[in-house]
Design a protein around this ligand. Structure first.
Ligand code: SF4
Length: 297
């Protein structure tokens, strides 16, 4: 079998910087550090950080002293204040683009706008934008039905912002409906260019007639990896995997060329492992959980 990689895939600049910052911290003896939430949404990266002595925790309360690492997705501003008031040191790996969106939301709010975040309420990035705000000051929406439930006449001015990792085309109808219902609604283009580039390249890969099957590599909790898979599965037989252990023999019957793309939080070495397994196929790459058919996350 042959492998064709997407023109653009894998780690974005924000995640690459976060990964490097934590590794540098660990190499300088950062034994007192803990990462609040996955530094990036990839289980292999989390394991790697743990082995380097910087484990992941779920809440600020779990750290008594030392350094707290804030992930690339950012945190609510109050987390910085809490950490400082408790005497914790902070290693902030928040992506600058995420900070831009915090500022954009603040400006719009000060300008009297009701904020609408298009995204997942439980995603850490969205929690960062919203947790410190008065719940009456914003909505988090994703569906037409949710938009229809809102009394938009209460909000003379509305600002729409997107979770960075979404595919904007998927939410065009939702945002258009908001714009048609709210008297003065405007949108901020907060979809991350890196996510968009990976998505565009994945579409090109799927359109390639020589590619028979597409593998999307990424973490279980990675929203941008899932969105890549959603794009690809409509265009080509596609499977979302975390690594070579997820490959299934029956996927490759009559397959000549396998296309590969990866989410913005997938390290290069995992992509290399998958590529290597396919190139050595069938000798080395049969999944360890062969009984579990995987066609979806
Ligand atoms: S996907 Fe974009 S916003 Fe998110 S960490 Fe990467 S560069 Fe930053």
């Amino acid at each position: 079998m042959r492998v064709k990689l997407a023109e653009k895939y894998g780690f974005c600049a924000g995640v690459r910087i976060a990964d490097r910052k934590v590794k540098k911290f660990a190499s300088l003896g950062g034994a007192d550090g803990k990462i609040l939430g996955q530094v990036v949404h990839n289980e292999r990266v989390v394991e790697e950080m743990e082995q380097l002595g910087v484990p992941t925790i779920d809440s600020l309360e779990e750290i008594g002293e030392g350094t707290v690492v804030f992930s690339a997705h950012g945190v609510p501003p109050s987390f910085h204040r809490q950490a400082q008031s408790r005497g914790l040191k902070i290693l902030d790996t928040t992506c600058p683009f995420v900070y831009d969106i915090h500022e954009e939301a603040d400006r719009a709010f000060e300008d009297g706008a009701h904020l609408v975040f298009i995204g997942e309420p439980e995603h850490r990035e969205v929690i960062g934008y919203t947790r410190d705000r008065d719940p009456r000051a914003y909505h988090i929406l994703k569906t037409i039905e949710e938009v229809e439930e809102v009394d938009w006449s209460r909000y003379p001015k509305v600002k729409v912002l997107y979770q960075t990792t979404l595919n904007s085309e998927d939410y065009e109808e939702v945002v258009k409906l908001i714009e048609s219902r709210a008297p003065h609604a405007s949108r901020a283009d907060t979809i991350c260019y890196a996510t968009k580039e990976n998505q565009d390249a994945a579409q090109v890969l799927c359109a390639d007639p020589t590619v028979d099957l597409v593998l999307i590599i990424g973490g279980k909790q990675s929203a941008n990896t899932r969105h890549l898979w959603e794009i690809c599965r409509d265009l080509k037989p596609s499977h979302l995997i975390q690594g070579p252990q997820d490959l299934r023999p029956n996927w490759f019957e009559s397959v000549g060329t396998v296309g590969i793309t990866a989410g913005a939080s997938t390290p290069d070495y995992v992509i290399d492992e998958v590529e290597e397994a396919i190139l050595k196929w069938p000798a080395a790459a049969v999944g360890t959980h062969a009984e579990q058919e995987r066609g979806e996350p």
